[in-house]
Design a protein around this ligand. Structure first.
Ligand code: SF4
Length: 178
């Protein structure tokens, strides 16, 4: 691990996040992830942070190849006592996003000007999106929106997504560093 990764991991820990160093080759981009966006996700076309409002998978692949290192960011929650899990998840996701964004800002201040956060899930800074983004400074897209297979990427650091288990909810982002 190098100095910037160490600094970001320490800060992530202070914020209550787990952070794992990723080589760019640990990030798996697949066209079939976009299939799941288009068919079956209620945010498709609704959120400005989701397809078809974000770049094509092929363009993202080219961009990703210009990076060398990244961090996988995870915040873990036990929501088994929540009555409304979707509502709780939406609220917590917003909090996690802002913590993760702090890490992007920190990397930028440290001279990593191309640091870019891929946020957890669709943007939910506003109740609904307007035709034009109301808060473009917060607009980031998710790993899935550009074709990242999160399950495979997580497996590369020994983490896993457990679907349909409210006692083990993971809020996940990726910070591209340089
Ligand atoms: S900041 Fe608001 S308008 Fe912009 S993408 Fe997010 S929810 Fe939509």
């Amino acid at each position: 691990m190098n100095t910037i990764q160490n600094l970001l991991i320490k800060k992530a820990f202070e914020l209550g996040l787990s952070a794992y160093p990723l080589e760019i080759t640990d990030i798996f981009v697949e066209n079939r992830i976009r299939l799941k966006c288009i068919y079956g996700c209620r945010d498709y076309g609704q959120s400005l942070s989701c397809p078809p409002h974000v770049m094509d998978v092929d363009i993202f692949r080219k961009i990703l190849n210009e990076y060398r290192q990244a961090l996988l960011l995870i915040e873990n929650y036990d929501l088994s006592n929540e009555q409304n899990i979707l509502k709780a998840w939406s609220y917590l996701r917003k909090e996690s996003f802002h913590k993760m964004l702090e890490l992007e800002y920190l990397a930028f201040r440290e001279g990593f000007t191309y640091a870019q956060l891929l946020r957890p899930g669709a943007c939910n800074e506003c109740d609904t999106c307007a035709e034009k983004c109301r808060k473009p400074e917060f607009l980031r897209f998710s790993p899935e929106a550009v074709g990242i297979n999160l399950a495979k990427t997580m497996a590369s650091v020994g983490e896993e997504i457990i679907f349909c288990d409210s006692s083990s909810v993971k809020i996940i982002g990726i910070l591209l560093i340089e």
